[in-house]
Write a protein that binds this ligand. Structure first.
Ligand code: LLP
Length: 431
């Protein structure tokens, strides 16, 4: 199987974390998000131990909770000793409601409103990643008014093209995120930040992109960031103590994606950073990374019930399921590829190729095209694998379809993490 938390039981059903997925579909209905909590914890520990071991000091991962945000994930993150990255007040309030200590949170986003800044300070968010000049001054002004000194990082764009999908590549010079090093604007911003009395500049942040399978985009980014940091020290006497390299390690969605060893990659990045620091005679900073996808993706499976199998003679076949772009918009947005399994009959031959379509009134509402699977029939349970990241968190109510519930699996038990929406929920706020 694609990941080792997936298996087949005696009934010939797909299991996730040892739990029979078909039983879950019977118990909770479909569409249904399943999340293997034990796998999430394991992934957190991989980053926590590898980063501590290879980077040392206070280095460690922040959970990029945009990949999956609900109270349960912040509880898990808290229990595992993770820090978190937040990009909105919605994520912040969810983390707070779950008891996540917000001093361990980093507030991102390329357009923080005054209200965002004000509220995040009120709730004691530890560090702001400042995107741009206007934001820096807004933070200074609000911190001054509140009589505090706010810890900040400056988000810089290192000008790296990670050769991933264009829409999820974020570190290029012309990206909407951060302030460019190449143009000299990052240096200006640093000078300004150092001159302001109500912000405390700890260091710098960058994020080059997502779904990256090797260490080089990270080591390239580290080179540029460390050269910049050494330059800021030499010119302005400012020795940054934090280097945040962002998230982005890839995940295996299909057999054709490589297997990635996060620990080994973290070691390579750490060795590289250490060597550069030695070269510049720069004290090793606290290095942060912000994995989202690689913490939660392989913990997730989405279950659907098949409604029809339609073959357009001489053309193609469609398998229609009871979910689609409202619960997983990633094919519609990025043409992302997934693996499907006939969860209710895993021993059936995988000899059928079809487009898996959702039930929205939209021809682009597809889970994937040319997907290989065992031929299903109406009523069968179809599983889409590796859906833990950016599925639930990007879900919508298009066509007034209620959001699917999310069920957490741990040590063979199941419990609701997020209840499914009712039809009443859909019009609850309508006047
Ligand atoms: N840190 C920052 C500043 C980010 O912008 C992101 C992702 C991450 C961390 C986490 O990256 P990850 O480890 O998950 O690759 N919706 C898209 C992904 C957009 C990612 C945006 N930023 C998708 O479904 O593929």
């Amino acid at each position: 199987m694609l990941h080792d938390n997936l298996s087949i039981n005696e009934a010939g059903h797909l299991t996730l974390g040892g739990v029979d997925t078909v039983k879950m579909a019977e118990k909770y209905g479909t569409p249904l998000y399943l999340l293997d909590e034990d796998r999430v914890r394991e992934n957190c520990r991989t980053y926590l131990t590898a980063m501590k071991e290879y980077f040392g000091g206070g280095s460690g991962p922040l959970l990029a909770s945009k990949a999956l945000s609900f109270k349960g994930i912040y509880r898990i993150a808290k229990e595992e000793g993770m820090r978190t990255d937040l990009v909105s007040l919605g994520e912040m309030f969810t983390a707070h409601a779950a008891g996540f200590p917000l001093d361990r949170a980093y507030f991102h986003g390329n357009n923080k409103t005054d209200r965002d800044i004000e509220t995040a300070m009120e709730y004691g968010v530890g560090t702001f990643a400042v995107d741009n000049r206007e934001e820096l001054y807004a933070i200074e002004e609000i911190a001054a008014r509140r009589g505090i000194r706010q810890n900040i990082l400056l988000r810089l764009s290192p000008g790296i093209d990670p050769h991933t999908q264009e829409k999820i590549s974020t570190g290029k010079v012309d990206s909407k995120f951060g302030t460019a090093i190449e143009t000299g604007q990052a240096e200006e911003l640093t000078k300004e930040a150092l001159s302001l009395p109500h912000v405390s500049l700890l260091g710098f942040h960058c994020h080059v992109g997502s779904q990256i399978f090797e260490e080089t985009p990270f080591t390239d980014a580290a080179d540029i960031m460390l050269a910049f940091m050494a330059c800021m020290r030499d010119k302005y006497g400012f020795t940054a103590s934090v280097l945040n390299l962002g998230g982005g390690f890839g995940v295996r969605y299909t057999e054709s994606d490589p297997v990635i060893d996060y620990r080994a990659n973290i070691r390579l990045v750490a060795e590289h950073v250490k060597a550069r620091c030695a070269e510049y005679d720069f004290p090793m900073p606290e290095v942060l990374m912000e994995p989202g996808r690689s913490i939660v993706a392989d913990a997730g499976v989405t279950l659907y019930t098949v409604g029809s199998v339609k073959t357009i003679t001489g053309y193609k076949s469609y398998v229609s399921v009871d979910g689609g772009m409202p619960d997983n918009p990633r094919y519609a947005l990025y043409a992302s590829r997934y693996t499907v399994e006939l969860a209710s009959n895993m021993h059936a031959p995988r000899d059928f190729v079809a487009t898996v379509a959702g039930r929205c009134c939209e021809s682009g509402d597809l889970i994937g095209e040319d997907m290989t699977m065992a031929r299903p029939s109406r009523g069968d349970i179809l599983a889409v694998l590796v859906t833990g990241a950016y599925n639930f968190s990007m879900a919508s109510n298009y066509n007034r379809i209620p959001r699917a519930p999310l069920v957490l699996l741990s040590e063979g038990t199941d419990r609701i993490g997020v209840a499914g929406e009712s039809y009443e929920d859909l019009y609850r706020l309508d006047v």
